[in-house]
Design a protein around this ligand. Structure first.
Ligand SMILES: Cc1ncc(COP(=O)(O)O)c(C=O)c1O
Length: 459
C-alpha cells in the first residue's frame, strides 16, 4: 500500500493519550463533526458513514431537532429520583407502544442492546415462574448468532469466536442452526429452513419442553449468514412450535428495529408476532445510550397484576435518553424515513447487485431495506478467505477512508474466525435519510475501493 495513504488513513498507533484507552483499534482520522450521512475529520476530509456506525445511525447525523429535545429536558432535570414519577419515561414508553405492532405494549427502557438482551432473558424466566412453571429457564438460540457480549447475551450468542475464552462463565444453553443462503449440498434454502424448524422441535425435545423458557432469534439472520431472510413459513412454524410447548418467542430487533429494514420492526415482514421484542441501536440513532425490551400483553400480564420484576439499572429510563428516543420516533415519522428505507434501500440493493457483485471478493448481497450486509471473501469461486495475518479487513478499511468511506469492521480475525465456508459481512447500512444520488456516490466509491484493494492483495 502507498505509504502516504497508510500514513494518513491507516490504523493508529496507540501512543500518548491514545495509549490510555484500553483495547482500542481506530484508524488515523479524528472525527470533528457529522451531518446527514457524512462524517468530517479534523483535516476537513469528508466521508460517507457507510454502515451507519455499527448499523445504528438511522436518522442523519447532527439533527438539530434532537439537540432541542435534549436541551428542553436538561433545562428541567437530567435525572429523576427513583422515588418520584419519571414522566419523560412514561411519555416515551407510551410513544413506543404507538409504533409497535400487535400487542407489544409494555416498554422497559435500558441503556444498551446487551442489557436489553439480559433483560429479555430474565423477563422470560420470571414470566414462567410467575405462571407457576418454575422449571422453565433454558433459552434456545442459533449457532453463530449475535446478541451482545455480556455473559447472558454471550451464552445466547452461539459461536467459538466470541465464546471460547469465557466458556467457564457461560450457560450451556441449546443452539440450533439458522436458515441459510448456503444450505448443505443437495438441499434448497426452503428445505434447509424446514430442517431448522425440525431442529428447534428436536432441541426442545432433548432439553425437555418443561425446561425451556424461550427461543431467541433475529428477524434477519445475524452471524455467518448475516442478512439472510428466511422464508415466511419458517417464522410461522417457529411461532407454532413455541405456542405448542409454551415457549416465548424473543425477537432480537437491536439491528432490525426502528425502520432499518423498511418497516418499523423486522418481524413485520414475516407477519409473526413475538412475545418479547429486544431493541437498541437505531432506537436512539446513538444520540444517547438507549435500548428497550418490549413485552406483549401476555408476558406483561403477571407484572401488570402486581408481580415485581426483579431487575433494574440506575440508568434505566434515563430522562434525557427517553427525550431523545421520543424525538427519534417523531423524526422517523415526520421525515418518512421508513418509506425511504424501503424505497432507496431497494435501489441500493439493485446497484450493489449490478456493480459490486462483479468483484471476485464479493460473494453475495443480502438483507432488506437499508440493511444490506455483503459477503466478503478472498475468492468467491473457491470461497477461500484472506488469511487472518494478511490484515485484509484493515487494508480494505484504509482504502475506504482514502476514498471517502468509513467502513465498519467485519470482525475478520481473532474475534471472529471464518465459519463454514462463509465470507464475512461488510455492512452497507447508511442512515435511512440517504438519497438515490448519495447511493450512486457511495457505490462508485465502494467499487473503486474494492478495485484498489483487490490489486493490492493480488486477487
Ligand atoms: C442483534 C444484536 N443484538 C444485540 C446486540 C448488542 O447490542 P450492544 O452492542 O448495544 O450491547 C447487537 C450489537 O451489535 C446486535 O447486533
Amino acid at each position: 500500500m502507498n505509504s502516504e495513504v497508510e500514513e494518513k488513513f491507516g490504523p493508529r498507533k496507540l501512543e500518548g493519550m491514545w495509549s490510555h484507552v484500553f483495547s482500542y483499534h481506530p484508524f488515523k482520522p479524528v472525527l470533528d463533526r457529522a451531518e446527514g450521512i457524512y462524517l468530517y475529520d479534523t483535516d476537513g476530509n469528508r466521508y460517507i458513514d457507510v454502515s451507519g456506525g455499527p448499523i445504528a445511525i438511522n436518522l442523519g447525523h447532527g439533527d438539530k431537532r434532537i439537540n432541542a429535545a435534549i436541551a428542553k429536558q436538561l433545562e428541567k432535570f437530567a435525572y429523576c429520583h427513583p422515588t418520584l414519577s419519571n414522566q419523560p419515561r412514561a411519555e416515551y414508553c407510551e410513544r413506543v407502544s404507538q409504533i409497535t405492532p400487535w400487542d407489544l405494549n409494555a416498554v422497559f427502557p435500558v441503556s444498551g442492546g446487551s442489557l436489553a438482551v439480559e433483560t429479555a432473558i430474565k423477563l422470560a424466566r420470571q414470566y414462567h415462574v410467575e405462571k407457576g412453571n418454575v422449571q422453565k429457564y433454558k433459552i434456545i438460540t442459533c449457532h453463530e448468532s449475535y446478541h451482545g457480549l455480556t455473559l447472558g447475551a454471550l451464552s445466547a450468542a452461539g459461536g467459538p469466536g466470541y465464546q471460547s475464552k469465557f466458556v467457564p462463565y457461560l450457560h450451556p444453553w441449546p443452539h440450533i442452526h439458522q436458515p441459510s443462503a448456503r444450505p448443505p449440498a443437495g438441499m434448497s434454502t426452503d428445505e434447509y429452513a424446514k430442517f431448522c424448524n425440525y431442529e428447534l422441535e428436536e432441541a426442545i425435545h432433548y432439553a425437555g419442553a418443561q425446561n425451556v423458557a424461550a427461543f431467541m432469534a433475529t428477524p434477519v439472520s445475524a452471524g455467518e449468514d448475516y442478512g439472510f431472510v428466511a422464508p415466511k413459513k419458517y417464522w410461522q412454524k417457529v411461532r407454532e412450535i413455541c405456542d405448542k410447548y409454551d415457549i416465548l418467542l424473543i425477537s432480537d430487533e437491536v439491528v432490525t428495529g426502528f425502520g432499518r429494514t423498511g418497516k418499523w420492526f423486522g418481524m413485520e415482514h414475516h407477519d409473526v408476532k413475538p412475545d418479547i421484542m429486544v431493541t437498541g441501536k437505531g432506537i436512539s440513532s446513538l444520540y444517547a445510550p438507549l435500548a428497550a425490551v418490549i413485552a406483549s400483553d401476555k408476558v406483561n400480564e403477571p407484572f401488570a397484576k402486581g408481580a415485581a420484576f426483579i431487575h433494574g439499572f440506575t440508568n434505566q429510563g434515563h430522562p434525557v435518553a427517553c427525550a431523545v428516543g421520543k424525538a427519534v420516533i417523531d423524526i422517523i415519522e415526520q421525515d418518512g424515513l421508513i418509506e425511504n428505507s424501503a424505497e432507496v434501500g431497494s435501489y441500493l440493493h439493485d446497484q450493489a447487485e449490478k456493480r459490486l457483485l462483479k468483484h471476485i471478493t464479493i460473494a453475495d448481497v443480502r438483507g432488506l431495506g437499508m440493511h444490506m450486509p455483503i459477503e466478503f471473501v478472498m475468492n468467491k469461486e473457491t470461497m477461500e478467505f484472506f488469511p487472518v495475518g494478511s490484515n485484509a479487513e484493515r487494508k480494505l478499511q484504509t482504502f475506504g477512508l482514502k476514498n471517502g468511506l468509513v467502513l465498519y469492521a467485519t470482525l475478520y480475525g481473532p474475534r471472529r474466525p471464518a465459519a463454514h465456508q462463509r465470507g464475512l459481512p461488510l455492512f452497507i447500512n447508511p442512515p435511512l435519510c440517504i438519497t438515490r444520488e448519495q447511493v450512486d456516490d457511495l457505490i462508485d466509491r465502494f467499487d473503486t475501493t474494492l478495485t484498489e484493494f483487490e490489486a493490492e492483495m493480488g486477487v
